[in-house]
Design a protein around this ligand. Structure first.
Ligand code: FUC
Length: 825
């Protein structure tokens, strides 16, 4: 008989209930285990994790092009591997003796809908504006702080759903351990050997099955033994499922009351259903024990009542749906669904050699940190951003938040919210260009859901038409200024509205433009038109239209008396966002042949907006109307280059601004936080400087990438992943410039190809105007471009200084050679 308490408890159970499968109540009485179960001894959930098994031996590299893999289980959350079906997320640690699957559901947000607009704002606004125009910034901050902040001033966080903790007591040691995540299949695996038996595990989060699936197998019968329970730091308890002997249920409700003392917290649930082949499954008050199984499939479901319904019923229904299919069918459907998105784009940037490519991902990353190039790893990072968007943003779900859907805390950094002064937008930069346009939809839904609450705040706080959002929002329509004075940034809606318009530019979908994009644009523009004011005499832009109050996201400047301020009027970013928005409104209303009066209003404002200013001292685009020195020269936000990216005001056609933008970037330097670096790579790509873009991309990989390739702001923040993916696409293909004639776009091929990628190939990139582009190049020169447009039509194609007008046949690829001439068929 084994002597340790777990093993003896398991052995006792085996003796007491031979051959029993799934008799929960019998099992409960049979499991007379006086010892505390080690799986329950872990009471503290934190970012770290220790697998108690001792590992020996060295596993071989797995097959596959874009596979993350490791020779150890994760010991920190940012080493675990993310799985997601858009809604249901899991972080798999891959332990041998102790396994952890941390769970998320995308709607599990603390808080509730409330009208946070501050009614004191409207009366104070004229005075705040006067103070700012007169340079009395601190007095303006004080007054705005008292009158403009939302009520409440803070939102509540997105939270972890819970954790599935598993324990495999018979596995104190293992050899040849390996865990992997194949981006092409979206399946994670764990494999190791012990005592002559090879154990394997596979896990994925399936969109078709609405469930996370974890499968345990061994190459010898009867070898699967484990216990498991669901945990959550607060507001929930795990019980035996009342209706399913082989399931455990985490039931919870967020403890949140409104001012009247009414319970407003979401209800939520997670369910784990065990399906064993052979052996026994017993269920003891929230602990499932599997003993002697040949194989085991766990179906993990999760739900909240954010969209109504009963979460426990939803979990049970989803589990029942998944349980009706054999494991292989679940896996096949999942892989097909994932690949339907993932395989639209392929990328090959060259290789650092077979030896480097055979290293585990963490070792490859370490090699890059030491200065080595690894184009294969860059391609994997690019694809990882796409993988993460497929995993965190499916139609019908909430958009990817600051951590996608993956967050282990009850209060993650920055609430894992939707930050609207760069971050949530950055999440969606790769959506259109890398062939994932449908995954943009959750952002459009969020935008639609913000219009009504945004209209209330626009009216209450500014007496304006239209809708406004400030620097962040949550899942409940928060639209007022939050946190502190940096939250008084009424440009969130104006920026967000760029996204549905871009979707139209890429898709050409006029019905979408009319129904979804135009209403969002028009409402955001109405707010802006009412918010703009004329700068008074005595200011550098007297008589011109400016925003007020205003600030350049999160950056401070030094006033002549040496004091610091964040508050001003007409910050450059505001003016660029406003211009972008109004120009998009003009284009959209023309395309729809509608709203001539409103169009004229936009055009009039466009003619009056204060111009972007270039500092006579530094030659840089000024961040503010006055040429203030910035308080932090390397500040992470480079807001005053909005017009370079994601806007399209600064191009080759504006050489002075182009040069002044470059000077801004030189000034800010080649470092930065994760997303900041990602943004700068996009900027350098738009400046057509591939080598500089590559330097920053290398810096991102070296300094801001965690072992599981999550971007490290720090801490982990997913926008840097999405921004990096978008940037690589932007280095290979751009289409934001309008063709010189007609209303088509210029497809700029390899606009920022770095010398580090002399030979490569990309397929499936998307350009505005609905064109799919495949490119191959050798020795830094284009070999062939293939352009495919469903509708066909004229486009301009640019390669360096060569520009050719071509007409694409509908639905048939057109191949161009290195001279942009039609390639021989
Ligand atoms: C922006 C940044 C912060 C952080 C936060 C979530 O406001 O300035 O650095 O990334 O978003």
């Amino acid at each position: 008989m084994p002597t340790d308490p777990i093993a003896s408890a398991l052995a006792a159970l085996l003796l007491l209930s031979p051959g029993m499968t799934g008799g929960a109540s019998d099992a409960a009485s049979a499991l007379a285990d006086p010892e505390p179960l080690p799986a329950l001894e872990r009471t503290v959930i934190d970012g770290n994790w220790a697998d108690r098994a001792t590992l020996t031996g060295r596993a071989d590299a797995p097959a596959g092009k874009h596979v993350l893999w490791y020779r150890d289980p994760a010991s920190e959350w940012t080493e675990a591997l993310p799985l997601g079906n858009g809604r249901l997320g899991g972080m798999l640690f891959g332990g041998v003796a102790d396994e952890r699957l941390q769970l998320n559901e995308d709607s599990l947000w603390d808080g509730y809908a409330q009208d946070a607009g501050n009614p004191d704002s409207l009366a104070a606004l004229p005075e705040i504006r006067r103070l700012l125009f007169e340079g009395k910034n601190q007095a303006a901050v004080d007054l705005a702080g008292k009158t403009m902040m939302g009520r409440p001033t803070r939102i509540k966080p997105y939270q972890s759903l819970g954790e599935l903790w598993m324990e495999c007591p018979g596995l104190p040691r293992a050899s040849d351990y390996r865990r992997t995540l194949d981006l092409d299949t979206a399946v994670a695996t764990v494999r190791y050997a012990h005592d002559g038996v090879t154990y394997s595990r596979e896990a994925f989060s399936s969109a078709p099955a609405r469930a996370l699936v974890v499968r345990f197998t061994a190459d010898r019968a009867g070898k699967i033994d484990l216990r498991m329970t669901l945990k959550r730091e607060k507001d929930a308890a795990c019980v035996a499922h009342p209706a399913d002997a082989r399931a455990i249920l985490l039931r919870g409700r967020i403890d949140r009351k409104d001012e009247q003392g009414r319970e407003r917290g979401l209800r939520f649930a997670a369910q784990v259903t065990a399906r064993a082949d052979g052996g026994t499954v017993t269920n003891d008050g929230g602990i499932l024990t599997v003993r002697g199984a040949d194989s085991l499939t766990l179906l993990v479901t999760g739900a909240t009542d954010y969209r109504g319904g009963d979460p426990e019923k939803r979990c049970a229904d989803d589990a029942a749906g998944a349980a009706g299919q054999p494991y292989e069918a679940l896996k096949t459907a999942h892989v097909a669904d994932h690949q339907g998105y993932f395989r639209r784009v392929s990328l090959d940037l060259g290789s650092a050699g077979a030896e480097a490519e055979a290293l585990p991902t963490d070792a490859r990353l370490a090699r890059v940190k030491e200065g080595a190039d690894d184009p294969g790893l860059v391609a994997t990072l690019f694809q990882y951003g796409r993988y993460l968007l497929i995993g965190s943003s499916r139609p019908g779900d909430l958009p990817a938040n600051l951590q996608g859907i993956w967050a282990w805390q009850m209060s993650p950094p920055w609430n894992a919210d939707f930050h609207t002064n760069i971050n949530v937008q950055m999440n969606y930069w790769p959506a259109e260009t890398t062939g994932l346009a449908e995954l943009h939809e959750p952002l459009f839904d969020l935008i639609d859901s913000l219009i009504a609450p945004g209209e209330k705040v626009a009216k209450t706080q500014y007496g304006a038409r239209g809708w406004v959002v400030h620097h962040l929002t949550d899942a409940y329509g928060f639209a007022a200024p939050a946190d502190g004075p940096q939250g008084i940034w009424p440009m969130g809606a104006a920026w967000l509205a760029q996204h549905p318009y871009e979707h139209y530019l890429f898709s050409g979908d006029r019905a979408f433009l009319a129904k979804r994009a135009y209403p969002a644009l028009k409402g955001a523009a109405r707010f802006v038109l009412d918010f703009l004011v004329e700068a008074p005499a005595g200011t550098p832009v007297a008589g011109k239209l400016v925003t007020n109050p205003s600030h350049s996201p999160e950056n401070a400047f030094l006033l002549p008396d040496g004091s610091k301020s964040v508050f001003t009027y007409g910050a450059t970013m505001d003016l660029m966002i406003v211009r972008d928005l109004l120009e998009n409104c003009v284009e959209a209303s023309r395309a729809l042949g509608t709203d001539a009066g409103f169009r004229a209003e936009c055009e009039k404002a466009l003619a009056g907006i204060a111009p972007v200013r270039i500092s006579p001292k530094t030659g840089r685009i000024q961040e503010w109307i006055e040429d203030y020195p910035e308080a932090d020269r390397n500040h992470r936000h480079v807001s005053h280059l909005f017009g370079l990216h994601p806007g399209r005001q600064i191009t080759n056609a504006t050489p002075e601004l182009h040069a002044a933008a470059r000077k801004v970037l030189e000034g800010r330097g080649d470092g930065g936080t994760g997303w900041s670096l990602a943004w700068k790579i996009n900027f350098w790509a738009r400046l057509h400087d591939g080598d500089r873009a590559y330097t920053l991309l290398s810096n991102l990989l070296k300094n801001k990438t965690l072992p599981n390739l999550f971007d490290n702001h720090p801490p982990f923040q997913i926008d840097g992943n999405f921004g990096a993916t978008a940037a690589v696409a932007e280095m290979l293909l751009q289409s934001h410039v309008r063709a010189a004639s007609g209303d088509g776009f210029e497809l700029h091929l390899l606009p920022a190809l770095p010398s580090a990628w002399p030979t490569g190939r990309v397929t499936g990139l998307r350009a505005r105007g609905g064109v799919t582009v495949d490119l191959s190049w050798e020795n830094g020169k284009l070999s062939e471009a293939r352009l495919l447009s469903a509708k066909g039509g004229p486009v301009r194609v640019r390669l360096g200084d060569t520009v050719r007008a071509v007409t694409l046949p509908p639905g048939k690829p057109l191949a161009l050679n290195a001279d942009l001439a039609r390639a021989a068929e």
